[in-house]
Design a protein around this ligand. Structure first.
Ligand code: F6R
Length: 611
């Protein structure tokens, strides 16, 4: 998500920090800042927008100091603005943070009661206040950081400087990456290796709960229990480009593998298991309003439209509210029926897609309540929306959408549970069961990624195919559509996604021994399992080659298909999240084997801001 860099040494730190942030700009780019300590002085420069803005400000008036921290932000709490840019400061403390503090509202409340005044909308600022308070109680910087993290629930990679301790930097991590870069008479911290690769190739990867005290002459690491820890040093031989991709050959591959983390970040702090409810920051729809809704209209394009189709299954099933899923590019060129009893949901990774934005404005203009499900806070759609909920996938660089899709799916599932509770179509117990299933998804996605070698074999066999067919039923229908879209956009192989039941109405004529057919057939009641098995038999009878995506323990379908990819069994409405992963990998490997530019496929742009 966001990027962190820190420096302690004998050089002016600000230029080193800004140049490190440039290497991390792919991790977040809505605002950036640096905090530099010189003697008793803490100098902070921040700027909204691209890093260039910060670079200009730093260039005009260089903040002096040889100890410093910097950050490039991808907003999760608080819109992109100068005030919400990191570093956040309180008195003589400055912090930069990646991750999410789940209990920040409660902590802010307590701090306010003790006289603290906050100057940003972020969760991060809480750290600066807690650390400063602990310092005032007599703790040194490392102990003050320890005291702060003891009060925080959530994830963090955190770097802290203080003018009370000008020659040291303290950093700590919990479920967000942080590395220490070792130099001669200077040391570095960073959320990612590329930030400081031009200065050193020797890195220590911090472990969960570690706290490091970094000075010009060395680093000391302590484990969660406060004991001194020995962590090995690794020499990194990556090129700067490889480093940006975290060692993966392409951003798309990195982003496919990031999905367990991205999904966990999207769920974090939102699932209230004990209450059987979902918490969305900024939720402003009253129970009466939700009960008065007569329809949901989902507006989206491409992959986001596919997640909308899966969302229809979720919302209709859990909240018993009719859902229409509209191609945004078509919506406003007809005469849509929308009124004030409708909820219009725009789904978009970028939040800038011109067709979706225009359709969203149209629906809002016709009286609908406007909700955005978006990956970019501060984007046009979040500004237009009455209510926005953010997928916390982090920046998606590969043109083919991967982690944005699966995080949209879990977001829609949480929304379905929330609407179900408010409309009393779900009991607390039923909601708890749904949330329990949802909580298992990051682990299942981690497990399903292990199918990569099997998928690669299939890719090798079919990389020269001219056409592909993808079949799925019920909630697996949008998965079939998504599998086909992924394949065609990066491999340039013609592919079609179909609802299994539609095959006999036309596409069956295409099937011969040259046609690979991917059948998505997890064993779920909604998926009409027996019927999809029937589809497999129909394909086989005509000589087609079947690649079946089936549950781990499915003995029946395994014997019918030519190739089998096994996935962990998820509940019916959540199976699309898990079943999509092998299809992303299939598209990736076919395209890669054909020598295509995977991250920037021909004719496509990441954000389609024209009609
Ligand atoms: C496919 C893909 C596109 C986008 C579509 C909408 O991999 O990336 O189909 O899904 O252009 O983009 P967003 O979600 O940014 O509105």
């Amino acid at each position: 998500m966001c990027g962190i860099v820190g420096y302690v040494g004998d050089k002016e730190s600000a230029p080193i920090l800004v140049s490190g942030l440039k290497k991390l700009e792919y991790r977040g780019y809505d605002s950036a800042g640096v905090a530099v300590v010189s003697g008793k002085q803490l100098n902070v420069v921040r700027a909204m927008g691209k890093l260039k803005n910060l670079e200009n400000r730093v260039g005009q008036d260089l903040p002096q100091g040889t100890t410093g921290i910097g950050h490039t932000r991808w907003a999760t709490h608080g819109r992109p603005s100068d005030e919400n840019a990191h570093p956040h400061t309180y008195k003589n403390v400055a912090v930069v943070h990646n991750g999410i503090i789940e209990n920040h509202l409660a902590l802010k409340e307590q701090l306010r009661a003790r006289g603290h005044v906050f100057s940003s909308e972020t969760d991060t600022e809480v750290f600066a206040h807690l650390i400063s308070e602990a310092q005032e109680q007599g703790k040194d910087l490392p102990d003050a950081v320890r005291a702060a993290i003891a009060q925080v629930k959530g994830t963090y990679a955190l770097a802290v400087v203080s003018s009370a301790d000008p020659h040291r930097l303290v950093c700590t991590k919990n479920a967000s990456p942080m590395v220490l870069g070792l130099g001669e008479g200077q040391n570095f911290v960073a959320s990612d290796v590329p930030a400081v690769l031009e200065h050193t190739r020797d890195f220590v990867y911090m472990e969960e709960g570690d706290l490091a005290i970094v000075s010009a002459t060395g680093v000391e690491i302590f484990n969660r229990q406060g004991q001194k820890a020995n962590r090995s040093t690794k020499r990194i031989d990556w090129t700067p480009m490889m480093a940006e991709k975290g060692g993966h050959k392409h951003f798309m591959h990195k982003e496919i593998w990031e999905q367990p983390r991205a999904i966990a970040d999207t769920l974090r702090g939102r699932m209230l298991l004990t209450e059987g409810d979902v918490h969305f920051e900024g939720w402003n729809l009253t129970p009466e309003k939700v009960r008065s809704l007569t329809k949901v209209t989902i507006l989206a394009c491409g992959t986001s439209w596919h997640s909308g189709v899966a969302g229809k299954h979720m919302i209709e099933s859990l909240a018993r509210l009719p859902v229409e899923v509209e191609l945004a590019s078509e919506f406003r060129y007809r005469d849509p029926i929308v009124d004030s009893t409708h909820l219009a949901i725009a789904i978009s990774q970028s939040g800038e897609t011109a067709d979706t934005l225009a359709a969203f404005k149209e629906a809002k203009g016709l009286g609908a309540t406007a909700m955005a499900i978006c990956n970019v806070m501060g984007s046009a759609m979040t500004r237009e929306a009455d209510i926005s909920v953010l997928t916390n996938a982090g920046p998606e660089i590969g043109v083919a959408s991967t982690k944005a899709f699966t995080t949209q799916l879990v977001m829609l599932y949480m929304l379905a549970v929330k609407l179900g509770r408010l409309r009393n179509t779900l009991t607390v117990k039923a909601a708890q069961e749904h949330l329990t299933h949802l909580a298992e998804i990051p682990k299942m996605v981690e497990d399903v990624l292990k199918c990569e070698p099997a998928v690669k074999k299939v890719a090798r066999e079919f990389m020269t195919a001219q056409d592909f067919l993808f079949l799925g039923r019920g909630p697996m229908h949008p998965v079939a559509l998504e599998g086909a879209l992924k394949l065609k956009e990066i491999s340039y192989i013609h592919a079609e996604g179909y609802a299994g039941g539609e095959m006999k109405h036309g596409p069956i004529a295409l099937i011969d021994e040259k046609m690979p057919v991917v059948v998505i057939a997890p064993k779920q009641p909604h998926v009409a399992y027996e019927k999809i098995i029937g589809n497999i038999e129909e394909v086989r009878a005509r000589g087609g080659k079947v690649i079946a995506i089936i549950d781990e323990d499915d003995a029946q379908a395994g014997t019918l298909a030519d190739h089998v990819i096994r996935i962990p069994p998820a509940s019916a409405l959540l199976a699309p999240v898990v079943a999509t992963i092998p299809l992303q990998l299939l598209a990736y490997h076919v395209a890669e084997m054909r020598g295509n530019d995977v991250d920037q496929p021909r004719n496509l742009a990441k954000s389609v801001t024209v009609e």
